[in-house]
Design a protein around this ligand. Structure first.
Ligand SMILES: Nc1ncnc2c1ncn2[C@@H]1O[C@H](COP(=O)(O)OP(=O)(O)OP(=O)(O)O)[C@@H](O)[C@H]1O
Ligand code: SF4
Ligand SMILES: [Mg+2]
Length: 370
């Protein structure tokens, strides 16, 4: 479905740090190939945060693992390119040797995995895990590692000495997640991929993690690929958003583009399924369930669930088209979405357990537009 180029609004003068073109990846399963990522293209700029949103099974984790070549053995990249750029040099990530990959993975591009709070080895103190990680990537100066770790712990608002000398079980979920963020940026990567970094944390802790992340980003200047189910967090965290459906990016643009002027029925459906503060709008869930990625629907993969689908949608896959200012969508009938989205933001969106602070953040997003 997706065209060759996914645009985006480059922050003024910002250089490109990651360029993904027409990337496809699949898993070998007994029934056939699971086409988990199909023809995905996007660009990430220095210091930018791009949020990837979509239902469970839409391919977000597979895409991010493909970017750092950490797919399981049964999976492979079948097409496309991943280029990482630094100081005018360009690395072809899919062509790196194992040795080059080891350096790339933590020093250039780090990933905080989905459900990673249990990633710490329970029998090793936190300090040993930081030292091991640094050592494995060629940093053998223990004094440097300690100094850097304590600085990072301060930045993520942890008590540095206490946490450094703790065992993982002595830390709460939120503390472990902060320690993982610190571990992610230990070797000063240019790109950090965060796969559902706040899932399984209570709402106040989520809030604190998002604050910490924003501060880290502004202090350290890395770029973020932020994967989330939570639209409010994505809106708050990101500069740009990409909606993923059945392995494809179906819409991408600025936060304002996607949240206030969605052009794809699936993005609209996601927004409509978020509760409102006033409770004034009925929640509308997206009918049906995500397709089988071994034999996805013909034409537009969303057509069996789409309220605007026509015969054309069943036959032909729509290309990802630029609607101006880097707002791209893959849909034959965007004009129907424009009509249907009227009134979408009459009341602010809020998750059922959202704090006042998050509601304020939502209001401020609305304020930017109004
Ligand atoms: N090891 C695997 N073997 C076969 N299929 C897999 C495997 N891992 C994932 N898949 C399939 O690939 C597709 C994409 O999965 P992926 O985990 O990337 O989605 P996701 O968007 O990250 O979902 P979630 O939001 O639940 O984390 C799904 O259809 C999933 O069933
Ligand atoms: S209107 Fe057609 S092309 Fe657009 S999302 Fe629905 S099914 Fe796909
Ligand atoms: Mg996932």
């Amino acid at each position: 479905m997706n065209g060759a180029v996914t645009g985006g609004v480059a922050p003024e003068g910002a250089e490109v740090v990651l360029e993904v073109r027409n990337l496809s990846a699949e898993y070998a399963a007994s029934r056939g190939a699971v086409r988990a990522v199909e023809n995905v293209s996007f660009t990430l700029h220095r210091g930018e945060a791009l949020a990837l949103i979509g239902e469970s099974g839409s391919g977000k984790t597979t895409l991010s693992l493909a970017l750092i070549r950490m797919l399981v053995r049964s999976a492979k990249v079948t097409k496309g390119s991943v280029r990482y750029l630094r100081n005018g040099e360009s690395l072809d990530v899919l062509a790196l040797s194992e040795r080059e990959l080891r350096r790339f993975r933590w020093s250039e591009c780090a990933m905080v995995f989905q459900g990673a709070q249990n990633a710490f080895n329970p029998v090793l103190r936190v300090r040993e895990q930081f030292l091991d990680t640094a050592y494995a990537h060629g940093k053998r100066d223990r004094a440097w590692v300690k100094k850097r770790t304590l600085e990072l712990f301060r930045l993520v608002r942890l008590d540095p000495e206490r946490v450094y000398n703790s065992y993982p079980h002595e830390l709460s979920g939120g503390m472990k997640q902060r320690a993982l963020l610190a571990l992610g940026v230990l070797l000063d990567p240019q790109v950090v991929i965060l796969d559902e970094p706040t899932t399984a944390l209570d709402i106040l802790t989520q809030r604190a993690i998002i604050d910490v992340l924003s501060e880290m980003r502004s202090r350290l200047g890395f770029s973020i690929l932020f994967i989330s189910h939570d639209l409010a967090l994505a809106a708050e965290m990101a500069d740009r958003v990409a909606t993923m459906y059945a392995g494809e990016i179906v819409e991408t643009g600025t936060v304002d583009n996607l949240f206030y002027e969605p052009l794809h029925p699936y993005t609209l459906g996601l927004l409509r399924s978020v509760p409102r503060l006033s409770g004034s709008q009925d929640l509308v869930s997206i009918p049906g369930s995500p397709p089988d990625l071994i034999s996805p629907p013909s034409g537009c993969k969303f057509h069996p669930r789409c309220p605007f689908a026509t015969g054309r949608c069943e036959q032909d896959a729509p290309p990802l088209e630029d609607f101006g200012g880097g707002h791209l969508a893959a849909c034959w009938h965007t004009e129907r979405v424009v009509e249907a989205r009227a009134g979408l933001w009459d009341a602010p969106a809020v998750s059922p357990t959202q704090t006042d602070a998050q509601a304020d953040a939502q209001s401020s997003i609305r304020g930017v537009r109004e």
